[in-house]
Ligand binder design. Sequence first.
Ligand SMILES: [Cu+2]
Length: 500
Amino acid sequence: MKLSRRGFLVATAALTLTSCGQEAKPAQAGELLRSKAKLPAPFQVPLPIPPVKKPLRSDAKADYFRVVQRKASIEILPGLKTEVMGYDGLLPGPTFDVRSGRTTVVEQVNQLDVSTVVHLHGGHTPAPSDGWPLDMIMPTNGEHSGQHMAGDMSMGSRTYTYPNTQRAATLWYHDHTMDYTAPQVYRGLFGLHIIRDDEEDNLPLPKGDREIPLVIADRAFDADGSFLYPALPDGPGVQPAYMEGVVADVTLVNGAPWPVHEVDAVRYRFRVLNASNARRYELGFDKGPAKFVQIGSDGGLLDKPVEHKTLVIAPAERFDVIVDFSQYQPGDEVTVVNRLDSNANVLRFKIARKAVDDSSIPAKLSLYAVMPRPSGVVRREWRFRRGSDGDHRGWTINGKAFDPAVMQAQVKLDQYEIWTFVTDVHHPVHVHLAPFQVLSRGGKAKVAEFDHGWKDTVDIRPAEVVEVLVRFTAHKGKYLIHCHNLEHEDMAMMAAFETI
Ligand SMILES: [Cu+2]
């Protein structure tokens, strides 16, 4: 793959757009990509659990890891092989399971034939390790005509340092390469990074094999099992029909299609991540009394639990939930479906047996507090729209296509700011470096159902206005705000700001 300048994208995107006018779709931004492979019946493949990454060594302050980004041929659909680009050749990559306040050092080795960048999503990360989209790890065995792009490039490998100076939370790491994030995440470059702390450990929540990550991602497969993705043949971006995002017809959970998992009739904790490029889900149960009791959000535990019948989750959001299977009988089956997609299957639980449950959900979960709205804060508005900027036709923020040389804002550390996000169609908006709290949605100051807690990604519906309160407490440098619909992101819906 050749690296291309933004100008290249401009040329291709210009062919694809006819107007700025967009009809808002209520549920989903994106176009369905259908598989050509013979798809398996659902609920045949057991739910995999991504392996926990082991450090090479540890000292008093840090744990040191090495991850190799490489291709691997793995069986995702039964009987077929899919070539993935994975961290350690896995999809999802290995899970980092680390302690708050203890540094994680990761050497990322690129054995692929494309350039990569790693971003720790939700991390309070110093700028050199945040995954600026031009700070690329160049492949040692690839073709790269991209030296014209300004960035802190490294050859073959790069070491990322994550101080983990933040509360317990479910983070994830994924590719963030300029113009190519969408196809590279799609092919497998994503994994979990879980931070734990004493406050959370001391709660009587389900633990051990009753604490399960659910990483949901939709993918489409060609007849031979390889991934289908509607990339343009030369250069970044997708075919015109997929401009709004790629949604696909196979739902993977932890890398398996519509998997099945046996559970005891007790409480389970699920860390749910939507790692899809563009698809939103409204997760619900097909029958029975099960509901989701949310205990955490993107940025860790809520102050108190919140019950949901269904869970709306946009790309990159995380929901930490408890599901109580005790009202089911051994032999019962309960299926998680996506209500935004005609109750399409996601995964199934089979209740295997009654068992002792010593877990509970405390009424008070954490010392988390809702920030008061301070007076005299700085306000900024970020408008997410389809539109043009010079000869760029595509997605824009405040009318601008992403330009890594332009800082759209200078933000003082420790300053409270109210950021207003305004959309045309659906955009899941993500801010790097610091979490925020949602102050209002659609003019209503009451915290909406899925906006509780510390967020780093907020699902903004068509023609909606959301206000968030944000404060950056550490690390000066260049950071990003962008749409986490990855097709939108690659087509320039990203803006840089500088913390000073
Ligand atoms: Cu978007």
